[in-house]
Ligand binder design. Structure first.
Ligand code: RTP
Ligand code: MG
Length: 140
């Protein structure tokens, strides 16, 4: 088992419904430690750059719009196999397919308003963490 860090975002649909604490409780209950966290308002430019990999997808425009509609909470989660563990805890992209007890099953409204983002590989986690955090802001 490897101690890893992953980037998590509590998305606008969830911050709007005041669910930050409830979602954090699911992460912490699964053994993930919140070692950095801040509430920020993304700009269109930032959200567009963050989701650049999806630029050609039909949902790119509405994804970027939805990510700037309300503040988000960006956070670094640390734990054993944190990248895969967080993906497991988040549940499937579409809440209709998400397993019981997962964040998306518990809280997501739709495939777009799906409450959380989580890095999908260790390499992407490193890049996504540095997109939002300086190393000095991460306090294990
Ligand atoms: P994420 O990156 O947000 O952690 O989620 P994911 O890997 O499960 O999903 P991904 O395929 O990377 O898509 C990124 C986000 O785009 C929205 N989406 N909308 N309308 C659609 O068909 C559609 N497909 C994806 C979702 O909000 C997804 O989280
Ligand atoms: Mg993804």
């Amino acid at each position: 088992m490897a101690l890893e860090r992953t980037l998590s975002i509590i998305k606008p649909d969830a911050t709007k419904r005041n669910l930050t604490g409830k979602i954090n409780a699911v992460f912490e209950g699964a053994g993930l430690r919140i070692v950095a966290q801040k509430r920020i308002q993304l700009t269109e430019k930032q959200a567009g750059a963050f989701y650049e990999v999806h630029k050609e997808r039909p949902f790119y425009g509405s994804l970027v719009s939805s990510m700037i509609a309300e503040p988000v909470v960006v956070q670094v989660l640390q734990g054993e196999n944190a990248v895969a563990k967080n993906r497991e805890v988040m549940g499937a992209t579409n809440p209709a397919d998400a397993a019981e007890g997962t964040v998306r099953k518990l809280f997501a409204e739709s495939i777009e308003a799906n409450s959380v983002h989580g890095s999908d590989s260790l390499e992407n986690a490193k890049n996504e963490i540095s997109f939002f955090f300086a190393e000095t802001e991460i306090l294990p």
